[in-house]
Design a protein around this ligand. Sequence first.
Ligand code: GTP
Ligand code: MG
Length: 344
Amino acid sequence: DGAEPGGLRTPIVAVLGHVDHGKTTLLDTIRGSAVSEGEAGAITQHIGATAVPLDTVSEMAGDLVDPTDFDLPGLLFIDTPGHHSFTTLRSRGGALADIAVVVVDVNDGFQPQTIEALEILQRTGTPFVVAANKIDTTPGWNPNDGLPIQTTYEKQSDSATSRLDENLYEIIGDLSDEGFSADLYWRVQNFTKNVGVVPLSAITSEGIPDLLAVLMGLSQRYMKEQMAVDVTGPGAGTVLEVKDERGFGATVDVVLYDGSIRADDEIVVGGLDGPIITEVRALLQPRPNAEIRVEKRFDKVDEVRAAAGIKVAAPELDDAMAGAPIRVVRDQNREAVIDEVEAE
Ligand code: GTP
Ligand code: MG
């Protein structure tokens, strides 16, 4: 469920980075799934969305996230493909994001789509942190599943930590070459001015508590005004995919980034031949921690509030387009909403 009026909107966290650097695996570990293993050629080819509730975040983060410190309902993670041919999808993911995680394989370092991701985030002015992933592949690394980074760090040999440090400083140097002042996250005071680097492993979960703590802190502290919006007004979102569902015909998977959408709403959706004006037939919500892209069981709900991933069933959606806007018409002028959808 989204926030109550006066509460905070769920922040949208986009995960970007070079192919195979571990974006989907990182999300699999956070939400307790195995989406990456089911992917053809182990390559992500679509944008995904997963609502991770606050209690899951605090469970994963242990002592680093005390849920009573936060009024955020959780985080909505957006997975994006890293393969070079999906630039449009990365830009779309970046445009949706309130904050972002750029995943970099700590051994592989900066690669073309790492730089592309940074350019997208710079263009959209999105604050981000860098997840220096796969620290468990450092020669001599002694894994300590699920521990905060500094605790596992203290348990490593000098040769392992100096190898890791070398790779981390290379990433910090590469960020600096791209014009970002960066440092290891525990040395960063203001995450909107400096980029924090969080060393972690998507496989052993070491450092994931730290990443979640940074994301929660960043959302709550620096983005409060952006999150404190009315999530009961007429909804706005972006279509991720158009899919046929048995019993419903063409449906759209949507990231709702503003307001709400209700089961009896009139909606306008961008289509191949111009705006489609239709009425919601059913709102199908993925379960918490489920990736909408692969989810098979949906709950029929009366309303969802931003931010959320939601499958919308409605007549006439066959010509809806991935990437197109979707808008709820409630008390505003319908023509104005149609014009907005047409212009976007
Ligand atoms: P695209 O979506 O295609 O861009 O790839 P991705 O960034 O989502 O990478 P994915 O999560 O599919 O992981 C690629 C490979 O790296 C898989 O074989 C993972 O098991 C492996 N991998 C990811 N994270 C880690 C890690 O922290 N440690 C180790 N050892 N392997 C990892
Ligand atoms: Mg992936």
